[in-house]
Design a protein around this ligand. Structure first.
Ligand SMILES: [Zn+2]
Length: 168
């Protein structure tokens, strides 16, 4: 598994609520273009992580689900995926996500419409399209849903933040 990290811009404060980013749009675009499109296409999920407040970092309070609960959900989703792979007898070939999910997506007009709209509006590549479908499938497995719904597609699109233009 590949988990790379980068600053949002050269000064590192783009999107920060407390400090002002001093980079120009040009500088930010040049900085982000250092990652090649084909490499970016192969990364499934882009997540923006805000700076952690010192108080939060040193606090003992646990918020959200515990690791044990999340572990159970992940194990259940993995089980569903292993079962699905055994039926299709394939190991995630590039077309798997599209072939498997497109038939499922066609029975869900809303999910498909969201994805088509996003492809047009955000100029996603064919590879990004496959990533979005694959991540949508995983999100619906995590939610214990049989089919991909519009919600999962929208969530998966949110995870392609680096493919989007900075300012529309
Ligand atoms: Zn900056």
């Amino acid at each position: 598994m590949l988990v790379p990290a980068m600053n949002p811009c050269p000064c590192a404060f783009y999107g920060d609520v407390k400090r002002q980013c001093r980079c120009s749009v040009r500088q930010i675009e040049n900085y982000r273009q250092k990652i090649s499109g084909p490499l970016l296409d192969r990364i499934d999920i882009h997540v923006e992580v805000p700076l952690v407040d010192f108080k939060e970092l040193t606090s003992d309070a646990i918020t959200g689900q515990s690791s044990a609960v999340i572990r159970e959900r992940v194990a259940a989703a993995r089980g569903i995926q292993v079962e699905r792979l055994q039926i299709s007898k394939t190991h995630y070939p590039p077309r798997w996500a599209r072939a498997k999910s497109a038939s499922a997506a066609s029975s869900m007009p809303k999910a498909k419409a969201y994805l088509e709209h996003a492809m047009e509006q955000m100029n996603f590549s064919a590879r990004a399209h496959d990533r979005i479908l694959k991540v949508s499938r995983t999100l619906s497995d995590l939610a214990g849903k049989q089919n991909i719904t519009g919600n999962e597609v929208l969530e998966a699109i949110q995870f392609r933040s680096l493919d989007r233009r900075l300012f529309e």
